[in-house]
Design a binder for this molecule. Structure first.
Ligand SMILES: Nc1ncnc2c1ncn2[C@@H]1O[C@H](COP(=O)(O)OP(=O)(O)OP(=O)(O)O)[C@@H](O)[C@H]1O
Length: 258
C-alpha cells in the first residue's frame, strides 16, 4: 500500500476562534513494507498526523492518498494501536483479539489466526484471562495481536510502548520488528524517543518547529536487531539530536523575537 502525503497542514480553533496551526506543508511518501517513524517533541502534532493517516481527522489543506485514492474515513486495511491498551473488560483475551474480525464477519481461519497470534505474543496461557488479570505489557501485546489478526496492510502505532518498563519495551519492540518482517505490513510509528526510533525504523521523518514541518528524513539501512554501539547508529543518533538542537534554538530565537 503506497501512501502519499501531499502538502498537508492542520489547524484547530484556538482561544477566541483564532486558528491555531499545528502542522504545515507536510509532504512525504510511504512505500509498501516501510517502517516509518514520525519523530518529534511532545505536542508538535505527531498524533494529529497519525490520526489523519487513520482517517480519524481531515487535513485543513493538502491531501493524503492511499494507492492513489484520497483517504475518506477509517478502513480496516489501516489498523491503529494506541498508547494505552483499550480492551473490552468483559471479554477474554482471545475474544478481544477476535472481536474486530467477528464484527466485520471475517471469520475464515479466525480461530487459527487468533491462536497463532496469541502464541507469537506469548499469550497462549492467558487466552481465557480477562483484561483486568493482565499486566500493562500483556494488555498491549493483546492489542497488538488484535490490531494484526485481520491482516491490515498498514499498522499505525501511537507511542504504543511509552508506558511500559524498559525491559518489556525492549522485548515487545523486538516482537514488533519480527512481526513486521513476517507479516509484511507497512508500519507508521509515532514516538518522541530517538533510541526507539533508531531501533525500529527504516525511515525516520523528523517533525520540528511551530507549526511543525518536516525538518529531515533519514533512511536507515542497518539490519535488525540494531546495536546501540554500531558506529552508523551512533552517528545517526548524534545527527538527529543535532537537528533537534538547531530546531530548538530557532524556535527559541523566534519566540524571543531575536
Ligand atoms: N481536537 C483538538 N482541538 C484543539 N487542539 C488540538 C486537538 N487535537 C490536538 N490539538 C493540539 O494540537 C497540538 C498537537 O497535538 P498532538 O497530540 O498531535 O501532538 P503530539 O506530538 O502527538 O504530542 P505528544 O507527544 O505529547 O502525544 C497540541 O497543542 C494539542 O493541544
Amino acid at each position: 500500500m503506497k501512501i502519499d502525503i501531499e502538502k498537508i497542514c492542520k489547524s484547530y480553533d484556538g482561544p477566541g476562534k483564532k486558528k491555531h496551526q499545528i502542522l504545515k506543508d507536510i509532504s512525504f511518501s510511504i512505500n509498501p513494507g516501510d517502517f516509518v517513524i514520525i519523530l518529534g517533541e511532545s505536542g508538535c502534532g505527531k498524533t494529529t498526523l497519525l490520526n489523519m493517516l487513520a482517517g480519524l481527522e481531515n487535513p485543513t489543506c493538502g491531501q493524503i492518498r492511499v494507492n492513489g485514492n484520497p483517504i475518506v474515513g477509517i478502513h480496516p486495511s489501516r489498523s491503529m494501536l494506541f498508547q494505552q491498551p483499550a480492551l473490552i473488560p468483559w471479554l477474554s483475551v482471545k475474544e478481544n483479539v477476535a472481536y474486530g474480525c467477528k464484527i466485520r464477519k471475517e471469520t475464515q481461519y479466525l480461530e487459527y489466526r487468533v491462536s497463532q497470534f496469541l502464541e507469537i505474543m506469548g499469550l497462549t496461557g492467558s487466552a481465557d484471562a480477562k483484561p483486568s488479570q493482565l499486566s500493562l505489557g500483556m494488555a498491549q501485546r493483546v492489542c497488538l495481536a488484535r490490531a494484526l489478526v485481520g491482516r491490515p496492510q498498514v499498522l499505525l502505532l501511537d507511542e504504543p510502548f511509552a508506558s511500559l518498563d524498559t525491559f518489556t519495551q525492549a522485548h515487545i519492540q523486538e516482537e514488533l520488528v519480527n512481526l513486521w518482517m513476517s507479516e509484511s505490513f507497512t508500519a507508521v510509528f509515532v514516538t518522541h524517543d530517538i533510541d526507539e526510533a533508531i531501533r525500529l525504523g527504516n525511515k525516520i521523518v523528523v517533525l520540528a518547529g511551530s507549526p511543525a514541518g518536516i525538518s529531515d528524513i533519514f533512511d536507515i539501512n542497518v539490519p535488525y536487531p540494531r546495536k546501540q554501539h554500531d558506529p552508523v547508529i551512533k552517528a545517526l543518533r548524534t545527527d538527529i539530536l543535532e537537528r533537534f538542537k538547531i530546531a530548538y534554538l530557532v524556535k527559541r530565537s523566534l519566540t524571543n523575537g531575536i
